[in-house]
Design a protein around this ligand. Structure first.
Ligand code: ATP
Length: 514
């Protein structure tokens, strides 16, 4: 684990050193849980967004996009439940003065029991070798059975406390499980309190009487309140979806783990409107489809798992998370929720407007049910970064740091380098850049030895380096070096475009989903 934390620290400093992510307001000592994306970070982030956007809107004829404002009428947040119920239970440790989310402390405790079970299984597997019957072991081994029972009991108690909003019980669980503060190591806990996560500000001059407005904590509500505008003007028929990418803001209690939990972040959300009664089928469809989207990136299928929700929000009738294996464990990257007709009904009630959909096939009006897929751009970014980072030992004792980014997400697709800074090689290289730059993010680099230049590109995940040498001037060929294998092949300049395109284009990636 300590080793994993080490790797994570290295990834964070790598992200800074190579212009991916900077701490916000750094020269003023930073602003907690707010980050800026640098020159490479913004390109990669844009590529992630484009991959999502195109997968939604190009591959689904019945999905269109919108871009709604961050500010919305404050009653929207009353209707959605955010004013009254968008709370996290917080608890303080009196000795370290550190603040925690009570539910997260308990979830971590549950994960510890899971770990113990897995350790027992792994130990037995080693001991019994080939003949090991894992299912049998899990069902009969007394120690595993004991842990499993502990887990189930804790889990049930926790789920009930969360569902009942029973803050005293949450505290009692922390006490009974003897959970200690990771910083002070003590059990000196305060009461559990609720804390609303929405940021507020004021709109309008005070002379007119200012109105309290909120910075949206999710983009979804902008879709709900526009769904009928889009349906009517776009002549959409159910089932159809609306996609949106945009900033969201949450005054998170505990902001840790770099860009995993930020106070200002970006979401990619899609609300899919369906006939009542068909929502669970569509939920299943989106659950599968979203995982395919993730897996198509090739980061490793075993890094994903579903986590079905124990505590269903009062409006949901099914919910699951797609979790990704970060260096600090499996964590939620995306949520898929069957939200029933809760949001639309609430807006109908609070606005007093009829926002029902008229279904021409059934010849009746109803409030559609909604499946939501909601993914954080920044968490996605982090998962891509973490799983791509490698410190590689090379033959001859050398090492290199390389980002094995999915080529379509790489900030730079190819770098063109003259072997030496003379004899017309720079001019030739520049000519190639001028040709490729219309289709690919292309860099020109002539500084330092060629080896150093390759390393610089490896460190930002550039899939291809193109080297121009004296032979190029004679026969119009260059060396094409591939990032992961470091293999170098001699190719014709005329073939470069196709070779690069096949590997780096978003189309290639999207086709995997078709
Ligand atoms: P968590 O339990 O981690 O707080 P959540 O269940 O509240 O997340 P949702 O409300 O379902 O998250 O939001 C959908 C997605 O938005 C999440 O899967 C995550 O990728 C992203 N997200 C939510 N909160 C943050 C945050 N503070 N920073 C970065 N991304 C976030």
């Amino acid at each position: 684990m300590a080793q994993q934390e080490d790797v994570f620290k290295k990834i964070v400093s790598h992200a800074k050193e190579y212009g991916f992510v900077f701490q916000s307001s750094e020269i003023y000592d930073g602003l907690a849980a707010v980050y800026d994306y640098g020159q490479n970070g913004v390109e990669m982030k844009n590529n992630i967004k484009r991959y999502w956007w195109d997968a939604m809107t190009l591959l689904h004829e019945n999905i269109v996009g919108i871009d709604s404002a961050i500010f919305m009428h404050p009653t929207i947040w009353k209707a959605s439940g955010h004013v009254d119920a968008f709370n996290d239970p917080l608890i303080d440790n009196r000795d370290s003065k550190k603040r925690y989310r009570a539910d997260v402390l308990i979830e971590e405790d549950l994960a510890k029991i899971d770990d113990k079970i897995e350790k027992e299984v792994a130990k037995a597997k080693k001991r019994f070798g080939e003949s090991f019957d894992e299912a049998m072991f899990r069902h009969t081994n007394p120690r595993v059975l004991d842990y499993t029972k502990q887990r189930e009991e804790l889990h049930e108690r926790f789920a009930k406390a969360m569902n009942d909003n029973n803050l005293d019980e949450l505290r009692q669980i922390i006490i009974d499980r003897e959970i200690v503060c990771p910083v002070s190591g003590t059990k000196n806990w305060t009461e559990v309190r609720q804390f609303n996560l929405m940021f507020r500000t004021e709109m309008g001059s005070t002379a007119d009487g200012a109105m309290t407005v909120y910075l949206r904590p999710e983009t979804a509500q902008g879709i709900f309140v526009n769904y009928l505008n889009v349906q009517k003007t776009g002549r959409m028929r159910i089932p159809f979806g609306i996609a949106q990418i945009g900033k969201a803001f949450r005054n998170e209690i505990v902001a840790r783990q770099f860009i995993f939990r930020m106070r200002e972040f970006e979401q990619m959300e899609m609300q899919f409107f369906v006939r009542p009664g068909q929502e669970l089928e569509w939920f299943e469809y989106w659950k599968q489809w979203r995982l395919r989207w993730h897996k198509a990136l090739g980061l490793g299928d075993s890094k994903y798992r579903y986590h079905d929700h124990d505590k269903l929000a009062h409006y949901a009738n099914a919910a699951t998370d797609i979790e990704f294996e970060m260096p600090f464990g499996f964590k939620e990257v995306e949520g898929i929720h069957s939200r029933t007709n809760f949001d639309l009904s609430q807006h109908e009630k609070y606005s007093g407007k009829n926002i029902k959909y008229f279904d021409p096939e059934l010849n009746e009006s109803y409030t559609p049910y909604v499946i939501e897929t909601s993914i954080g751009v920044d968490r996605m970014f982090l998962s891509v970064l973490c799983s791509s980072y490698e410190e590689q030992k090379l033959e001859g004792g050398d090492t290199r740091v390389v980002l094995h980014l999915p080529a379509a997400l790489s900030p730079v697709k190819c770098a063109v380098m003259p072997l030496v800074k003379k004899d017309g090689l720079p001019e030739k290289a520049q000519e190639i850049v001028n040709d490729l730059k219309f289709d690919f993010a292309t860099r020109y680099d002539e500084k330092d030895s060629i080896g150093k230049r390759y390393r610089r590109q490896d460190a930002i995940g550039t899939p291809f380096c193109i080297t121009v040498d004296h032979q190029t001037l004679e026969d119009s060929t260059v060396t094409l070096r591939e990032r992961d294998s470091m293999e170098q092949t001699r190719v014709n300049i005329a073939d470069l475009h196709k070779l690069i395109h096949d590997k780096v284009s978003l189309t290639t990636l999207l086709r995997k989903l078709a």
